[in-house]
Design a binder for this molecule. Structure first.
Ligand SMILES: Cc1cc2nc3c(=O)[nH]c(=O)nc-3n(C[C@H](O)[C@H](O)[C@H](O)COP(=O)(O)OP(=O)(O)OC[C@H]3O[C@@H](n4cnc5c(N)ncnc54)[C@H](O)[C@@H]3O)c2cc1C
Length: 397
């Protein structure tokens, strides 16, 4: 009789663990509290599923900050190319976009997910249990689930936990597992929003003027980190890919000091001198707004933002205005709620795990994916992290 692995969580980490463990000759029972597998993975595909990144391992691993040494090892073992090969095995081609990011050809997640689940279901050693909410873990590897109004038990020779982080609860990732593990003495670092938006205390006038509007190609500088990307101005503050990349250090600064002053460069391809010289070419008949648009391509949203931040006399002083276009200091007050964040940092502390992510205090229990206490920016680093942790874990079973 084959050994049985019980996996909880049917996101990419749990699904990839299922795939590998079946291949390794185990029976797999996969449980999830949702009505379908991979709901967050599907959401991730809405704006183009960024599976991984094509950059060199040395810079790739730096994206994992404090955990870069560990991730350098595990991504070296299961690489971005391995992830692309896996997609191909599922019949889905991938491509490298101009930014180096890797996407499936169709951009969405649905095709990968469907082929993946079909592949698992084709195995007679695989069983899927949806709408099963894990409510208790026992060190004996017995698990208690709530299914409709019933209580159901499952027991495995090995248990794999892949219950994700604590954002986008409607996809099933509610982070309730934290209390269950803490009850058994396992240290779980507090969840914090990562890749998140921020709130600014805009004036009433600004809130009534600006709806949601993107500003492309902005230089974002905070502490020693500089990033370039698109930001989204909203009535509550600022969000978008450009901000997500530096969101962890902004968040930590807000936690420590109550706010964070972030510098935005609205014209990162021009020097201060070039901006000033263009501003000085203003014709008398042009309004300043018109001139900003014509000479520098500064549109309505950027202009409203400049007027919001600068005192009136500073806005009309061309040297100060040029300085602000290159270095607009925006005060970020709060993170947006964790629910909205693309990912969460926090999770099971690495010192609670052995090298194959077995929980030291719970022999036979392993944990993978976003449940672990790592953080990474968007760009495919999150999914690559989930796949690579699953691959390392399975090698250890
Ligand atoms: C809007 C958005 C866009 C994103 N875009 C990208 C992207 O382009 N690239 C990228 O790399 N990453 C992206 N991500 C992040 C990525 O989707 C996640 O990091 C990834 O899904 C985490 O995988 P996981 O398997 O660890 O957890 P999850 O995908 O969160 O899956 C966890 C599963 O566990 C189940 N579960 C939880 N608790 C229980 C319980 N008690 N009982 C039973 N089941 C339970 C949940 O129902 C869920 O199905 C995006 C996320 C969001 C929200």
């Amino acid at each position: 009789m084959k050994n049985k692995v019980v996996i909880v969580g049917a996101g990419p980490a749990g699904l990839y663990s299922s795939y590998l463990l079946l291949k390794k000759g185990y029976r797999v029972e996969l449980y999830d509290q949702s009505t379908a597998c991979g709901k967050k993975f599907l959401v991730a595909g809405n704006g183009g599923l960024n599976l991984t990144h094509s950059e060199e391992l040395t810079s790739f691993s730096t994206r994992y900050g404090k955990d870069q040494d560990l991730f350098s090892e595990i991504i070296g073992e299961f690489t971005p190319q391995d992830l692309r090969d896996f997609c191909l095995e599922l019949g889905v081609e991938t491509f490298v976009g101009s930014s180096g990011r890797v996407f499936p050809k169709e951009l969405k997640a649905a095709q990968i997910l469907k082929n993946w689940i079909d592949h698992l279901k084709a195995s007679e050693d695989f069983e899927l249990f949806l709408r099963h909410e894990l409510i208790e873990l026992h060190p004996s590897k017995e698990l208690t689930f709530k299914f409709k109004e019933e209580v159901v038990q499952a027991i495995g020779d090995v248990v794999v936990l892949a219950m994700g982080g604590a954002s986008w609860k409607r996809t099933g990732s509610d982070g309730k597992w934290k209390a269950q593990l803490e009850k058994l003495g396992v240290e779980v670092k507090p969840f914090l929003p990562m890749n998140c938006g921020f709130e600014c205390d805009w004036s009433e006038h600004f809130i009534s003027t600006v709806d949601r509007a993107p500003i492309k190609n902005v230089g974002i500088k905070f502490q020693d980190r500089v990033h370039r990307g698109e930001i989204m101005i909203t009535p509550f503050g600022i969000e978008g890919g450009g901000i997500y990349a530096v969101s962890n250090i902004i968040r930590d600064n807000i936690i420590e000091f109550g706010h964070a002053t972030v510098s935005l460069d609205l014209k990162p391809d021009l020097s201060l001198e070039q901006v000033l010289s263009k501003l000085k070419n203003k014709k008398a008949k042009d309004s300043l707004s018109n001139h900003l648009r014509k000479s520098l391509g500064i549109g309505k949203v950027e202009n409203t933002l400049l007027k919001e931040i600068l005192p009136k006399d500073a806005y009309t002083d061309l040297s100060t205005l040029a300085q602000a276009i290159k270095d607009l200091k925006v005060d970020f007050k709060r993170t947006r709620p964790i629910e909205e964040a693309i990912s969460t940092s926090g999770g099971i502390a690495f010192n609670e795990l052995d090298q194959h992510f077995q929980i030291k205090k719970l022999a036979g229990f392993y944990a993978v994916g976003e449940m672990l206490d790592f953080e990474a920016p968007t760009g495919g680093y999150l999914l690559q992290g989930c796949f690579s942790t699953a691959a390392r874990m399975v090698r250890g079973i």
